[in-house]
Design a protein around this ligand. Structure first.
Ligand SMILES: *Cc1c(COP(=O)(O)O)cnc(C)c1O
Length: 221
C-alpha cells in the first residue's frame, strides 16, 4: 500500500483545472502526511470530530474539506479551520455555520448538496428546495457564509450510463443556478462530484472537484 504511488496514478488522469480532494476518512495522520509530502494539500473527512483531531497534528497549509453530512451540534468543531463544506443541505445547517463563522470572524465557503442518485437517501436537495433556501430572507441575511457551487453523489452501481446521467443532472442543476442567480458571482463555480469508482466519468461531465479516497489510501473497513 503505497499512498504516494497511488496518488501519482490518480493525479495522472486528472486535468490541472480539476481539484483532487484526497479523502482520508478513517485513515491515520501518517498516511495524510505521506500524501502531503508529495504535494497534496486538499484532504477530505466526513466526521467532524475526526477532522478536528487530525487538524492540529498536520501542517497548517492543508485545506480541509468536510464532505460528510454535517450535524448542527458538530459545526463548531470544524468552522475555525475548514476550507470548504461540501454537503450543506438545509437552511438550518447554514444558519448554524454562519453563527459559528461570525464567532470565529470567518467567511466559510460551502456547496449545496443535491440528491441526484436513483438510490434513496435522506440527504440532498432538489431544485425546488434549493431555490426555497436561496430566496428566503433568512438565507439572504447570512454574511459569513459563501456559496461556491454544488455537490452530489451518483448511485453505487456498475451501470456507467446511469452514473453519467446522474452527473449530467448535477451539472445541469449547476448551470441553471448559475444562470438564474450567480451569473456575475465568480465564486459560484464548483461542481464536486466523482469518487474512486467514477471520478473519470465525473470529470468528463464537468466536475471541478473530485473526491477520491480508497484509490489513494486503500479500502476502508
Ligand atoms: C468516502 C467518500 C468519498 C470517497 O470515496 P471512495 O470511494 O473511497 O473514493 C467521496 N465522497 C464522499 C461524500 C464520501 O463520503
Amino acid at each position: 500500500m503505497d499512498v504516494q504511488v497511488n496518488l501519482e496514478k490518480v493525479l495522472k488522469d486528472i486535468p490541472p483545472q480539476v481539484k483532487l480532494v484526497a479523502v482520508s476518512k478513517t485513515k491515520p495522520v501518517e498516511m495524510i502526511q505521506s500524501a502531503y509530502d508529495v504535494g497534496q494539500r486538499d484532504f477530505g473527512e466526513n466526521k467532524a470530530q475526526d477532522m478536528a483531531a487530525k487538524y492540529p497534528q498536520l501542517p497548517q497549509d492543508i485545506r480541509w474539506h468536510f464532505i460528510g453530512h454535517l450535524q448542527t451540534n458538530k459545526v463548531k468543531y470544524i468552522v475555525p479551520f475548514v476550507s470548504l463544506i461540501h454537503a450543506a443541505d438545509s437552511l438550518k445547517i447554514l444558519l448554524e455555520i454562519n453563527k459559528q463563522a461570525v464567532k470565529y470572524g470567518r467567511v466559510v465557503d460551502f456547496l449545496l448538496e443535491f440528491h441526484v442518485a436513483r438510490e434513496e437517501s435522506k440527504f440532498g436537495l432538489n431544485m425546488e428546495s434549493a431555490e426555497n433556501i436561496l430566496q428566503s430572507d433568512a438565507y439572504q441575511k447570512l454574511k459569513n457564509i459563501r456559496l461556491c457551487g454544488v455537490m452530489g453523489m451518483a448511485t453505487f452501481t456498475t451501470d456507467t450510463e446511469q452514473i453519467r446521467d446522474e452527473f449530467r443532472h448535477l451539472k445541469s442543476i449547476f448551470d441553471q443556478l448559475k444562470d438564474k442567480y450567480f451569473k456575475h458571482t465568480d465564486s459560484f463555480k464548483e461542481i464536486s462530484m466523482g469518487m474512486s469508482g467514477d471520478y473519470l466519468i465525473a470529470i468528463e461531465e464537468g466536475a471541478t472537484i473530485v473526491r477520491v479516497g480508497s484509490k489513494i489510501f486503500g479500502a476502508r473497513n
